[in-house]
Design a protein around this ligand. Sequence first.
Ligand SMILES: NC(=O)C1=CN([C@@H]2O[C@H](COP(=O)(O)OP(=O)(O)OC[C@H]3O[C@@H](n4cnc5c(N)ncnc54)[C@H](O)[C@@H]3O)[C@@H](O)[C@H]2O)C=CC1
Ligand SMILES: O=C([O-])CC(=O)C(=O)O
Length: 296
Amino acid sequence: MNQKIERLQLYDTHEKIIGAAMALNHLPGGPIVSGFAGEKLGAAVRSSELILTLHRVPRKPGNKREDMIAANALLLQKVCRAMADENPNAFLAIATNPINSMVPFASSILYKYGIYNPFKVFGITQIDIARTRTYTAEALQVSNQNLFVPVIGGHSAETIIPLFSYMTPVEHVVNPCQADTLTQFVRKLGTEIVFQKQGSGSAVVGVAHSINEFCDTLIDAINGKEVEATCYSANPYFGSRFFAGPATIGPYGIVQPFRKFPFNDYETFLVNSSVPFINRDVNLGEDYVKVLLPKL
Ligand SMILES: NC(=O)C1=CN([C@@H]2O[C@H](COP(=O)(O)OP(=O)(O)OC[C@H]3O[C@@H](n4cnc5c(N)ncnc54)[C@H](O)[C@@H]3O)[C@@H](O)[C@H]2O)C=CC1
Ligand SMILES: O=C([O-])CC(=O)C(=O)O
């Protein structure tokens, strides 16, 4: 349990969330947990400083992440509506896939509701950092404890970009061939888990770990510190309107989105080839607003 969280309000359309909240309350040292179901989304988001979405349908073998927009957008729209009605100043962190489209989708919806703050909407992509770290350490046969590789771009097979030239500690180096092999490997890991779980879900434990890492840092920001955390957010620096990378975040949201710094040739190639995919995903998310809103 994360000791920095004082109060946790869980929402699910299904009543089973009440039992899940009750079970979490049995653990010592954690937050006070309440469960909200069905029509009680407004009560669940009321007075929360951070609203996190991790719903609804994980993909099945054969699906791409972008196939999940229709399945997952409606609840995200309802969360945005509840924010507009109950808690317009909260931070919104989105772990629901497809991240590359869901963040622009939520941003457009919040804009339509008159409460969009581009500095307070985050897509959670930490899982790509965890995976890169684990498998790079394995390839180099070093401990993964202190190893860190920044990962930028987006969260999909064509847009995850590990920056091995910024790996720390600096004495660890991967050669160009290893960089390409590791990049292609890490890009496929989400799909591989979905395949191996045979339609029963996705990387549940990995995403739980990653969400905790991200939220732990974000809570420090909410509590007044200036922190650095990787997220997919509004970003004007790469030729797409959204891009992931280490951002500086403070109590009022993002102070400085990830900016370009010098890339090697391979990283430049990966960035240039990811941007058209991110633009396509951003358009898919924004276009879905036009599909959904007239029906509401
Ligand atoms: N950002 C990331 O790094 C990652 C994101 N994901 C995404 O997380 C999401 C959940 O995936 P899993 O945990 O594998 O799925 P899961 O099936 O284990 O859990 C989904 C949960 O959503 C709940 N749910 C379903 N409909 C709902 C609704 N209308 N309102 C509220 N809750 C609802 C279900 O009751 C269930 O507890 C998916 O969108 C998946 O793609 C998964 C792994 C990594
Ligand atoms: O691949 C998926 O559907 C879930 C996910 O985002 C990941 O594991 O990276």
